[in-house]
Structures are given as structure tokens and as C-alpha cells.
Design a binder for this molecule. Structure first.
Ligand code: T4K
Length: 362
């Protein structure tokens, strides 16, 4: 049987390098609570992402949930259902109603032309998603937000390292959330961060991350426990050294996928976005009028030990836990029923990409 190829596989540094990095944790016995590794990673990320403010968290989901709380959003938030469960759950867990905006047909990001019709007096913010690594129409979204006095938080879980016309993607909107989960372009095992422009959020974010405490005696906020450990931060420090070459390896795989699958009738690929320095996070393929449908391709690949994923099906708007939401999203529904994300990670070989394409095209 051929070796297993999963949809992704975590980037990991040489083990000796990680051992070297964590030695000092044994020496100073500081395991968590904003230790030296945490601080080092935070500063390195501010530089790498080209942003003024970064706060680290135990995972991307909590970073988003806490951002929503810290910014003080209420009522309704306009968002997309074409995303991982986390985006919608972060809104719901803040007792806010998600209002679902449809996506556009080319890059599957929020359709900025459909936002204004969804704004009511209860709307406090827009939370779009840079899905798969495709960048939202940040200019248009900002214009709408400015016109109606709304906040914009980007779910940037998929766009670590991406730039728009040379500018770090974390500097758009009021804030962005990045995921450092094992399955992401950059990982800290589990982890995440937020980037934000308003400096006054710093203390609030830190406090909510640590049980709402501020110092030893004061508890000004209802908080949670969302701290990144020193072991995670050490993993991030090591992985950051390899980020350039990891993204380049991903790019090579994407180029090969494109060479093999472009122009095949019934197979639709996302084109490269102009002005964007991509991180090549995911490789989504829409099967629309191909000789096999999405589910058949997925099953066929699995027979050969290749495990693609139906990201993002079903839409989060159809989750049974959602009792109160608004918005019709026919484009998102159609795409979610036809899209398959093919394996893509730094260690994937060009031979593996060929093997996957051969199965799809046979
Ligand atoms: N917003 C968006 C748009 C997101 O996509 C996500 C996360 C978030 C927010 C929240 O960020 P975090 O709180 O997670 O930081 C996975 C990930 O768990 C999730 O992080 C990710 N999005 C989502 C798109 O994918 P699953 O349930 O599909 O993952 P799982 O465990 O099946 O892993 C996928 C494949 O990866 C496995 O088949 C094999 C491989 N794998 C996975 C792990 C965990 C490994 O090789 N090693 C590993 O350690 O959700």
C-alpha cells in the first residue's frame, strides 16, 4: 500500500534545535505566564508580521474570542459561514448573533458588495476570513466599516506571513487573529496571536488571557485561561527560523498542482491574487462539471491512502447549535458542496503531488 498522505503535516524543526531551545526552561524553571520565551517570540513576530502589537495566546480560537470581548462588541456581527467552526463559535460565545454574508465566487472570501444590506442598528463589527490564504477585499471592507462606524476583525488563521503590496496582513482592520495550530503554515504546537492597532487594548487582552486579573489583587474583567506555554513559544522560535523555506516548499507544490490541474474541464482552481505575497496555506479545488463529483474524488483518493479534506463543509451557519442567526448564502452553499482541499505542506514532495494528480486525472 502507498504511504499515507494527510491533508497536512506539521512543520517541525530539527529535534536537537528544539532541545537546545528548551534547555533554559529547565535552568530557570519558568514554564508559562509570559516567560522569556513568550516575550522573545512576541517580539520576533511583531518584526516578522510587520505590526506594532502582537499578543500571544494558547490557540487562535481563544485569541479571537478574547479580541471580541476586549474590543467590547455587542449585538450582531457580520461574518462568513465559509470557515472553520471557530470563527462562528467565537462570536456565539460572546453572546453575539452572527449575521452571515455570502462569499464571492473567485476567492471564496466575504463578498464586500453584500455587506451593506446586512447592516442594522445592532451591528457592531465585521469579521471576514482570509480563507485558504486568499486575501479579502480589505479596502472595500474598511470603507464600509468607516462609513457605518463598525470595527473590523480579520480571522487571519490562514494567512501567517502574507503581505498585501508589501504590507503585513495583520496591519489591516482594527485587529487580526492568527492560528499557530499544528496544521498551520507556522505552528507553536497549539497557539495563536492577535495583532491590533489600538494600544489601549494591551492590558485588557493580557488581563482577560489570565483570569481577568490585573496584578495580584485586582480582577477587573471576566477572563479565562489562554496563556501560551514556554514550550509552545520555544517551538515557535525554532519554526520561525524555517518559515521562508517552508513557504517556498509549499509554493513549489502549488506550482506543480497548477501545472497538472489547470485547464482540466470541470476543475476550478483559485488564481493567484495580484499584489499578494502568499503563504500557500491551502490548495482548494472546486469540482464543478468534472467527470467525478467532489465526494467521489475524495473517496477515490482515500482508496490510495491520500486524505484530502472537505474544508469548509458544512457551512457553519448550518450547525445544529446555531439557533439564532441571519443571512442567506447561496454561493457559499454551492462552493462548500463542491470544494476539496488537497494535501499541502512543506515536506510534501513533487512526486507526491504527481501521485495525487494522477489519481484525480486517471
Ligand atoms: N479560524 C479558522 C479559519 C481556522 O481554520 C481555525 C483552525 C481557527 C480559526 C482556530 O484556530 P486554532 O484555535 O485551531 O488555533 C483543523 C485544525 O484543528 C484547526 O486548527 C484548523 N483551523 C482547521 C482548518 O483544521 P481538523 O479537525 O480538520 O484537524 P485534524 O485534527 O483532523 O487535522 C487535519 C490533519 O492534519 C490530520 O488528518 C493529520 C494532520 N495532523 C494533525 C495534527 C493535529 C498531523 O499530521 N499532526 C497533528 O498534530 O481541524
Amino acid at each position: 500500500m502507498d504511504k499515507k498522505i494527510m491533508v497536512t503535516s506539521p512543520a517541525m524543526p530539527p529535534i536537537e534545535e528544539y532541545f537546545e531551545e528548551i534547555k533554559s526552561i529547565w535552568e530557570n524553571r519558568w514554564l508559562t505566564h509570559t516567560g522569556p520565551k513568550h516575550v522573545q517570540l512576541q517580539q520576533s513576530l511583531e518584526q516578522y508580521l510587520g505590526v506594532k502589537n502582537v499578543e500571544l495566546f494558547a490557540n487562535g480560537h481563544l485569541a479571537l474570542e478574547i479580541l471580541i470581548q476586549a474590543i467590547g462588541l455587542t449585538g450582531e456581527i457580520i461574518t462568513t459561514p465559509f470557515t472553520f467552526a471557530s470563527t462562528t463559535q467565537a462570536i456565539l460565545r460572546n453572546n453575539i448573533t452572527p449575521v452571515f454574508c455570502d462569499i464571492e465566487d473567485e476567492f471564496y472570501t466575504m463578498d464586500a458588495n453584500k455587506i451593506e444590506a446586512l447592516i442594522t442598528e445592532k451591528t457592531s463589527a465585521i469579521i471576514p476570513v482570509h480563507v485558504y490564504g486568499n486575501v479579502c477585499n480589505v479596502e472595500k471592507i474598511q470603507k464600509i466599516a468607516d462609513k457605518y462606524g463598525l470595527k473590523v476583525i480579520y480571522d487571519a488563521a490562514h494567512v501567517f506571513g502574507t503581505k498585501i503590496n508589501g504590507k503585513g496582513i495583520g496591519s489591516f482592520g482594527d485587529a487580526s487573529m492568527f492560528s499557530f495550530h499544528a496544521t498551520k503554515v507556522f505552528n507553536t504546537i497549539e497557539g495563536g496571536c492577535c495583532t491590533f492597532s489600538d494600544e489601549t487594548l494591551v492590558n485588557k487582552l493580557k488581563s482577560i488571557r489570565q483570569f481577568g486579573q490585573s496584578g495580584e489583587l485586582d480582577v477587573p474583567f471576566v477572563g479565562t485561561n489562554a496563556k501560551m506555554t514556554e514550550f509552545s513559544a520555544a517551538m515557535g522560535i525554532c519554526n520561525l527560523r524555517y518559515i521562508k523555506e517552508n513557504i517556498l516548499s509549499r509554493k513549489r507544490c502549488v506550482i506543480r498542482y497548477r501545472e497538472r490541474l489547470t485547464g482540466v474541464k470541470g476543475i476550478k482552481l483559485c488564481r493567484e491574487q495580484t499584489g499578494i505575497e502568499s503563504n500557500y496555506a491551502y490548495f482548494p479545488v472546486v469540482f464543478d462539471g468534472y467527470k467525478y463529483n467532489r465526494d467521489e474524488v475524495c473517496e477515490e483518493l482515500a482508496k490510495y491512502n491520500v486524505f484530502s479534506r472537505k474544508y469548509f463543509y458544512p457551512l457553519t451557519s448550518s450547525f445544529e447549535c446555531i439557533t439564532s442567526s441571519k443571512g442567506e448564502t447561496p454561493v457559499a452553499k454551492r462552493i462548500s458542496e463542491k470544494v476539496l482541499t488537497l494535501p499541502l505542506y512543506a515536506d510534501l514532495s513533487i512526486e507526491d503531488v504527481d501521485r495525487i494528480c494522477n489519481i484525480i486525472l486517471k
